[in-house]
Design a protein around this ligand. Structure first.
Ligand SMILES: Nc1nc2c(c(=O)[nH]1)N[C@H]1C(S)=C(S)[C@@H](COP(=O)(O)OP(=O)(O)OC[C@H]3O[C@@H](n4cnc5c(=O)[nH]c(N)nc54)[C@H](O)[C@@H]3O)O[C@H]1N2
Ligand SMILES: Nc1nc2c(c(=O)[nH]1)N[C@H]1C(S)=C(S)[C@@H](COP(=O)(O)OP(=O)(O)OC[C@H]3O[C@@H](n4cnc5c(=O)[nH]c(N)nc54)[C@H](O)[C@@H]3O)O[C@H]1N2
Ligand SMILES: [Mo]
Length: 758
């Protein structure tokens, strides 16, 4: 499909949102996608290797695998991710000869991705219109020459997306730091950074504190700001099992997401079990940004009903008294207005919570991508500290990570702001000195590019242009760079926004076999619950010219850092050597090579989970006092959240449908409350323009189709990445600097009215 088709000509079908997630339609959908992209032989071979002990880790999401696995340990969207990677390598020199950058830019993200895998390294020189082929040798030489000529290492930025293995990420951060900078922004800056910041300062570790087993022992599970039916489908199995054991499930979300209504495990059909399980016992349709008010009220009610765990508070926490005092004069009118939930319903939820022996709270982007992302997660922590719901079976905090190895990437050093103790250990392990000065995160990188403080951008995976805010502004910043390098599997928009010179280095994907020095290698990943395990690709690589990420990074490091004392090339010949270096450089990885060969891998140390201890400065968990955010809107304003459809993986668009939400055929749509549509005199499918406002600045995005949806009044929703041009670069969360992709103030007008006015 060409991106230029007028929106009015694209058939948009609107049906009723589905009431049951997964089931037979999910099986059909996964197989349909897989067959189309891989053919029958590869479909069977591939899908039965996903998440098996000797297979590869699903590149879909970071949800952990159960200890006892079935032969179908994948979900519909995991199958789509796998099939998408297993496409043929059609993006080759002929492809780039046929299409200029300009022509490619006119196509949609969906079209770009559907062209297949990138086959060979490509180069775009100054003033050139088309990429041309280049050898590996020449491309690495060009890059290392550029890096060695750079005036100051801090003028180079090295981005990472969270699919990279621990081995590649570790080598990468070692190379970048030995090169001389901590400019290591990553997708996490736009994702769970708020969770990390909130958890480190309150419980002393930036990770969750539960395991999959805990779900079987929880009385109540809160799912806040998350859409697991689409983004973590295997989590629904854990919720169903918990539910069958008697857990109460609470869903807090402006949308009634299908995955949390009813669930039918596709595998049950094999045993002729036709029943489905209702999941959420209660849906609180909170307004966008209203969670802080709701959580404050829940904390207040917990204290007022004397339901706190006094022993836990006395022995394990600090600042309880101040926290309790801060809740004394709570304003119930404001709580109801800000959250959109009536006091009676909040009280009912509080009764469930205060009666529960063990609570788990799960959350994702609905909490993190807000101005108060850190504070609102600290409010969740407060709730757990009040009831002692941490560090014991069936209870704990569960930030549900996105990319399949984003947590591992951070563990092994992908971080622009490493602590001194982390660098101390890394220096001992690698016998090299490393910079201490913190580098740029994603937003700071873009600002530095804009201010001509950066010349060079290297991306280990991801789609920098489409995933970051303020698309035209970011594209403009990137286009002033001297060199832009992408290590990628598939074509995306970032390849079309070029510096003076640009390179695409095509790499092996997770599913493909990686042979070095004649021996099959495996890599390791860490899932959302801190388990490190093996992942070994088995498929024949899409092209002979692909190289593994560790190979690319190590060869570049070898060329660039001539006098380093690391045997980069030796590391590539045997990834065990990388793991030995990790053992020496990072706590928790002792005996890495033998422990990771155990069938289910191993847990990294996690003091709150393991023994209810907190590695904070004083050894106590901390209550925190978080001011309520101002969520008021002017009369003509709406607040927009940018969300994922059921047919995409971040910026990779698999199709134009959002099956569970009943939306088909078009992604440039704005979901709006029907009463708001009436007030604005808008009919379904009317074309509108959206203007976002931030601190006196505006961004305008034309021609969106409005549709009625079950969403709170004055709240609207649009799909990411199309709506990223409306996300203001400077609108970021306090402390974490995460773009507020779920809090964008905008006004809406009929299409063309803006153009006519101006
Ligand atoms: N198939 C598939 N799987 C994926 C991904 C993918 O794109 N496709 N992406 C991966 C990645 S990197 C990530 S980070 C995760 C993302 O997983 P999610 O966080 O589930 O993804 P989003 O679509 O951003 O959805 C956020 C949810 O938060 C809700 N929400 C928005 N604002 C608020 C709010 O103010 N309060 C509350 N309570 N809820 C709110 C939205 O209605 C939506 O249901 O998924 C990972 N898995
Ligand atoms: N408005 C808005 N913006 C958002 C979000 C939002 O909710 N709303 N979500 C944010 C979040 S949570 C995240 S995590 C980021 C995601 O940001 P990114 O991680 O940068 O984006 P992806 O779309 O996951 O990257 C897709 C590209 O990765 C490459 N790729 C895939 N597999 C591999 C591999 O194995 N190796 C290599 N080297 N490359 C590979 C392919 O070329 C593909 O085109 O976006 C953020 N941006
Ligand atoms: Mo993410």
């Amino acid at each position: 499909m060409k991106g230029k088709t007028p929106l009015e000509d694209i058939p948009l079908k609107i049906g009723k949102p589905k009431t049951t997630a997964a089931g037979i339609p999910a099986v059909i959908s996964s197989v349909k996608h897989s067959l189309k992209k891989m053919g029958i032989k590869n479909t069977i071979k591939t899908l039965t290797m996903v998440n098996q002990k000797d297979g590869f880790d699903c590149p879909g999401c970071a949800w952990p695998d159960p200890e006892h696995r079935s032969s179908f340990e994948f979900c519909e969207n995991g199958a789509k991710a796998v099939a998408d990677e297993a496409m043929q390598a059609n993006v080759d020199e002929h492809f780039f000869e046929k299409y200029s950058i300009k022509q490619l830019s006119q196509n949609s993200d969906y079209w770009l991705n559907s062209q297949g895998r990138i086959k060979q390294p490509m180069y775009l020189g100054p003033g050139q219109t088309n990429y041309t082929p280049i050898s590996w040798e020449k491309s690495l030489k060009l890059i290392s020459n550029k890096l060695n000529a750079i005036a100051n290492p801090n003028r180079a930025v090295f981005y990472t997306s969270g699919r990279t293995s621990n081995e590649a990420a570790f080598l990468y951060q070692a190379f970048v730091r030995m090169f001389g900078t901590n400019n290591l922004p990553d997708c996490s800056n736009m994702c769970h950074e708020s969770s990390g910041k909130a958890l480190v300062s309150t419980i002393g570790i930036g990770k969750g504190t539960v395991t999959l087993q805990d779900f079987n022992h929880a009385d109540t599970i809160l799912v806040i700001g998350q859409n697991p039916g689409t983004n973590h489908p295997r989590m629904l199995t854990a919720l169903r099992d918990a539910k069958l054991k008697g857990a109460t499930i609470i869903h807090i979300n402006p949308l009634p997401e299908t995955g949390l209504v009813r669930f039918k495990h596709p595998q049950d059909y094999m045993t002729l079990n036709l029943s489905s399980t209702g999941l959420a016992d209660m849906h609180l349709q909170v307004k966008i940004g209203g969670d802080a008010a709701l959580l404050r009220a829940l904390n207040k009610l917990t204290i007022d009903t004397n339901s706190v765990d006094e022993n836990f508070i006395a022995q394990k926490t600090k600042s309880y008294k101040d926290f309790a005092e801060s809740l004394e004069d709570i304003d119930w009118d404001r709580i109801e207005t800000d959250s959109g939930i009536a006091k009676a319903k909040i009280t009912k939820l509080s009764e469930i919570i205060t009666k529960s022996k063990s609570i788990i709270s799960c959350w994702a982007m609905g909490l993190t991508q807000h101005r108060n992302g850190v504070h609102v997660i600290q409010e969740v922590v407060n709730l757990h500290l009040l009831g002692g719901h941490i560090g014991r079976i069936g209870a704990g905090l569960c930030p549900v990570r996105g990319h399949s190895n984003v947590q591992g990437n951070r563990t092994v050093g992908i971080w622009e702001a490493p602590s001194d103790s982390f660098i101390d250990q890394m220096e001992i392990g690698l016998k090299n000195s490393m910079p201490r000065k913190h580098g740029y995160d994603v937003v700071h990188s873009i600002q530095a590019m804009e201010n001509s403080e950066v010349d060079f951008l290297f991306c280990l995976g991801g789609n920098f242009i489409s995933a970051t805010p303020d698309t035209p502004r970011t594209a403009n910043a990137v286009s002033h760079l001297d060199m832009v390098v992408h290590v990628s599997t598939k074509l995306n928009r970032s390849h079309l926004v070029n510096g003076n010179e640009s390179l695409i280095l095509p790499c092996l994907g997770r599913t493909e076999s990686d042979v070095q020095a004649g021996v099959e290698q495996f890599v390791t990943v860490e899932n959302s619950m801190g388990i490190v395990h093996k992942s070994q690709g088995k498929l024949k690589p899409a092209s002979k010219m692909l190289r593994s990420e560790p190979w690319i990074v190590a060869n570049l490091a070898h060329l660039t850092l001539q006098d380093s004392n690391i045997d980069w090339l030796g590391c590539v010949q045997n990834y065990d050597k990388v793991r030995d270096l990790i053992s020496e450089s990072i706590n928790g990885f002792d005996d890495f090579n033998s422990r990771v060969r155990q069938p289910n891998g191993f847990y990294l140390p996690n003091s709150p989970k393991d023994n209810c201890e907190f590695d904070t400065n004083d050894g106590f968990a901390h209550f925190s006092i978080n001011p309520l955010p101002d969520v008021s809107l002017n009369d003509d304003e709406f607040v927009m959240m940018t969300i994922r459809s059921h047919d995409q993986y971040n910026t990779t668009i698999y199709g134009l449908n959002d099956r569970y939400r009943g939306i088909k055929g078009n992604r440039r749509i704005l979901m709006m409350n029907p009463h708001d549509m009436l007030e604005l005199d808008l009919k379904t499918r009317d074309l509108i323009d959206i203007t976002s406002h931030f601190n006196g600045t505006k961004r305008i995005s034309g021609k969106w189709m409005v549709i009625p949806y079950n969403i709170p009044k004055r709240n609207v929703a649009a799909y990411f990445p199309e709506a990223n041009e409306l996300v203001p670069l400077e609108s970021t969360a306090d402390i974490s600097n995460t773009p507020t992709s779920k809090w964008i103030i905008c006004t809406i007008s009929e299409s063309n009215s803006i153009a006519e006015e101006e």
